[in-house]
Design a protein around this ligand. Structure first.
Ligand code: BMA
Length: 351
């Protein structure tokens, strides 16, 4: 009797331990991970000339062995009929890589750092112009009409490359709650901003573009006030249910490890506000841009971003910004072979 009892007893303990071990494993998150310009260049390399698929390189694949779920591209420069965007990415390369990404079953998100249509300066030229932009009796309005047509024509080309539903996300007029863009809060009113958004989206509808549209504020002026203030500000500039499919927020970590508390404070305020608005309006929810430049807060992916994402299981995707090939400290994804790359792999394994 005794040996049998002992065997059953031991098996029971082993089984119980396995069950407990499995229960203690953190559950994986169902969030897609994205990186801006991931396949056209990375820190210290670039593929800006047309390339064959065999030449394809990817910042994320260099570290994890897998292509990204999501790639971000910016179409700033399309409004002037330029052949390259504001970061020198040829639009022909963008189309090539969008096609490859869609064929792999991945997603693409487009943003647009459009120039200031009054001055011709870049997006960060905050000379107020939005009131004129939306006034049909002005030349600035006519300029904007042409710019929207050019942007929409390019977006239509990207949309036509999709091989599955919902692969393209168009993020219009992003970070308007900040004071750095001409469509931002210092240079624009909520009413005019919404009019610009609706106009742009309506024009994309005319071209029958098959895409999802994302609204993504950034830093909120009222965030230090109350969660209610953050929500009110996010809601006040919301372009409306007919125009938006995804509600998210952009939020960056500054100031190294010492900046963690501030980042988490702002991220919570902004994500809470966006999540609430998304829920109330039956919209999808995303962390549309984040990152810690040059990983100045060590082990950022597993100690800061991962726990944050765990708090928001409804986030569909998170995008980090570009690894510039020509600015050594301007990167958001760890470089292969560094200790940060190992932390990043652990992070990716949790998704
Ligand atoms: C900013 C920086 C700039 C870049 C711009 C548009 O955040 O990365 O260098 O030109 O985005 O991509």
């Amino acid at each position: 009797m005794r040996p049998l009892f002992s065997f059953v007893h031991k098996s029971y303990i082993v089984l119980l331990s396995l069950v407990l071990l499995a229960a203690c494993q953190p559950t994986k998150l169902r969030v897609l991970f994205g990186h801006q310009d991931d396949v056209v260049y990375g820190s210290g390399w670039q593929r800006l000339a047309d390339s064959t698929y065999a030449d394809t390189r990817s910042c994320i694949r260099d570290v994890t062995g897998q292509y990204p779920d999501l790639i971000g591209f910016d179409i700033g420069g399309i409004e002037l009929n330029h052949s390259r965007n504001l970061d020198s990415v040829p639009f022909s390369r963008m189309l090539e890589e969008c096609a490859r990404q869609f064929e792999r079953g991945g997603k693409v998100t487009l943003s647009w750092h459009a120039r200031n249509p009054l001055t011709g300066g870049n997006s960060w030229d905050t000379t107020p112009c939005l009131a004129q932009v939306i006034d049909p009796d002005t030349e600035v309005h006519d300029t904007m009409q042409v710019w929207i047509e050019r942007a929409a024509a390019f977006v239509a080309q990207v949309a036509a490359l999709q091989t599955q539903p919902d692969q393209l996300i168009v993020r219009l007029w992003h970070e308007q709650s900040g004071n750095w863009f001409w469509w931002g809060r210092e240079a624009a009113s909520a009413q005019d901003y919404i009019a610009l958004w609706q106009w742009t989206r309506n024009y994309m509808n005319i071209l029958d573009i098959n895409a999802l549209y994302a609204y993504s504020p950034d830093k909120l002026t009222l965030y230090e006030d109350t969660p209610e203030g953050a929500y009110r500000e996010t809601a006040e500039w919301y372009p409306g249910d007919e125009y938006v499919d995804i509600i998210g927020t952009d939020c960056y970590h500054h100031g190294g490890a010492e900046g963690t508390e501030d980042y988490l404070y702002r991220a919570h305020r902004q994500l809470d506000a966006a999540a609430r608005l998304a829920k109330e309006h039956g919209k999808r929810f995303a962390f549309t841009e984040t990152g810690c430049e040059a990983l100045r807060c060590p082990n950022w992916y597993t100690t800061v971003l991962l726990p944050l994402l765990r708090e928001y299981p409804d986030i569909e995707y998170v995008l980090v910004w570009r690894n510039a090939w020509d600015i050594p400290t301007h990167y958001f994804l760890p470089l292969p072979g560094t200790p940060e790359a190992e932390y990043f792999k652990k992070f990716i394994n949790q998704l």
